[in-house]
Design a protein around this ligand. Structure first.
Ligand code: FE
Length: 228
């Protein structure tokens, strides 16, 4: 019986080995591998790598430079209106137009109440002499009003005014909060020798002028009484 069992086991082992599926070894020879039809692949079917175009990249707009609000808000000094104000000026933030010559200057800032809070919608009305110190008393050249935006800011683009006899360099302006009293004042320029001889010059109204790549720039915050 033991001999028969051994024989049977041997027979089964032989039969089992013979009945195993022939495992075909993977071809190891390069010659046996199927040739890749790289030369016949249509180029169009190969997806091109996606390149990010400059416009596809998310653009992050630089934050606009916003001057910090002052901690103390004394009302801006008033000054004389002078003889050259014309009412009903056009609404515009730029007084530049064909025929206007001179050094470009951008003046910007807040209109604030005495509580140091911005006043959206405040009226700001500028007028000034041209580059030769001459006012347009017939039309509206270098005259224009605007309203402070939702954050209480205004921006004026104009030219540096010229000098005229008896006065130092200046820009006239009226500022008024909605339903508030009207402030009439003037803005002055640093470094003017006439600042020392103009009897109404006020250093508190000096523009902190800086040179830029495109002219001059200055910031000035107006503080006015408001109805709130
Ligand atoms: Fe003037």
């Amino acid at each position: 019986m033991r001999v028969f069992t051994l024989i049977l086991a041997a027979v089964l082992l032989i039969v089992g080995c013979a009945s195993q599926p022939a495992s075909t070894p993977a071809p190891t020879s390069p010659a046996a591998a199927p040739a890749l039809p790289t030369a016949t692949l249509p180029v169009a079917s190969s997806p091109e790598p996606t390149e990010l175009s400059p416009t596809a990249a998310p653009s992050i707009a630089p934050s606009p430079t916003v001057a910090a609000l002052p901690a103390s808000c004394e009302p801006t000094s008033s000054m004389t209106e002078g003889p050259y104000y014309t009412p009903n000026t056009p609404e515009r933030t730029s007084l530049l137009e064909p025929g206007i010559t001179g050094t470009r200057i951008v003046i910007s800032g807040y209109v604030l109440g005495t509580d140091c809070q911005p006043i959206p919608g405040a009226l700001v009305d500028f007028w000034q002499a041209d580059d030769n110190g001459v006012y347009d008393n017939v039309g509206y050249k270098l005259r224009g009003h605007q309203f402070a935006d939702a954050s209480g800011r205004y921006t004026l683009e104009t030219v540096v005014p010229g000098l005229y006899p008896g006065r130092t360099r200046h820009i006239h302006v009226k500022v008024q909060a909605p339903n508030g009293p009207l402030l009439t004042t003037q803005l002055f320029f640093p470094g003017e020798s006439q600042n020392n001889t103009d009897s109404i010059f006020n250093p508190a109204l000096l523009l902190p002028v800086q040179e830029t790549n495109d002219g001059w720039a200055a910031t000035f915050d107006f503080v006015v009484e408001s109805a709130r």
